[in-house]
Design a protein around this ligand. Structure first.
Ligand code: FAD
Length: 259
């Protein structure tokens, strides 16, 4: 396996830092190749601007168009090209981050905004009135697998169907489906640790064991069965799920998962 770990925490001695270090050690010991994008340590620039798109950026700036043109011309800024190279090198991508305000830290969202450019992550394939390109199961990053490793402050019960925060699968849907599955990456069920602010050093060995177990079984883990866009589950051109395909009682984001 060739694994890229995209890691977002400002403190190397944090729980997230420990989980990242453990992932590197576990995978390397098992004979896999690992590269890490440590976003805070890299001083990752989280905001999109004209400097990302080389000398030909338009004025006024048109983010989608300019990013696609710079991608095609090879004039994207060097940090973004570096992340493209890592993504194309990897067959597995692990995202290690704490849940902040129900989602990923801003620096990681900024990585997505800048790295997932037009013609690379979106705008891929034929687009017309009847076809919305190659996405959701197809795209530039098809053939790769991703895993979110997320630490959460609240207890698990707060993130269940009746829990006050909503189900964790719903919170992670925009990342797992909207960002990762969109350009074709298969997404493995997430590794989520709850109540982490109450964790102590004594709790860590059990957590480490569970994490190692997930890491060493990545190859044999089935991805979430998100429905593919272009393979008959959706009406054309509305892209609404066809009548009768919804499992009994399933609503909301869960409609887009088979079975
Ligand atoms: P740390 O603070 O580094 O560690 C957590 C605990 O683990 C500490 O007590 C530490 O001593 C212990 N620990 C045990 N073993 C180790 C080890 N080997 N290495 C390191 N630490 C160890 N929570 C929610 O549920 N929902 C939210 O929407 C949410 N939003 C947030 C927004 C912000 C801006 C912030 C700052 C926090 C938010 N939280 C939220 C809480 C957040 O998710 C947790 O604080 C975070 O996941 C904990 O991860 P950490 O790496 O920062 O932990």
């Amino acid at each position: 396996m060739k694994t890229l770990i995209v890691y977002a925490h400002p403190e190397p001695r944090s729980l997230n830092g420990s989980l990242k270090d453990l992932a590197v050690a576990t995978l390397e010991t098992a004979g896999h190749e690992v590269r890490v994008s440590d976003l805070y340590a890299m001083g990752w620039k989280a905001t999109v601007d004209a400097a990302d798109y080389g000398p030909d950026a338009s004025s006024p700036l048109q983010v989608a168009r300019d990013s696609g043109r710079a991608f095609d011309a090879g004039t994207l800024s060097a940090d973004v090209r570096g992340e493209h190279d890592k993504l194309l090198w990897a067959d597995t991508v692990i995202f290690q981050f704490p849940l902040w305000w129900y989602t990923m830290p801003a620096i990681l969202k900024g990585w997505v905004d800048r790295v997932f450019t037009y013609n690379f992550a979106y705008g891929v394939g034929e687009h017309n009135d009847m076809k919305y390109g190659e996405r959701f199961g197809e795209g530039t990053l098809a053939g790769r697998r991703a895993l979110l490793s997320v630490t959460v402050g609240g207890p698990e019960s707060h993130y269940t169907a009746r829990g006050i925060n909503g189900p964790i699968d719903d919170l992670l849907f925009p990342i797992q489906h909207g960002i990762l599955y969109y350009p074709g990456i298969e997404v493995l069920p997430p590794f989520v640790l709850y109540r982490t602010d109450r964790m102590t050093a004594e709790d860590f060995p059990d957590v480490a064991k569970a994490w190692e177990q997930r890491l060493l079984t990545l190859d044999s883990t089935e991805p979430i069965a998100f429905r593919r866009q272009n393979f008959g589950d959706y009406e054309i051109p509305s892209l609404q799920l066809k009548d009768g395909l919804e499992p009994v009682g399933r609503t909301g984001f869960g409609l887009h998962v088979r079975g």
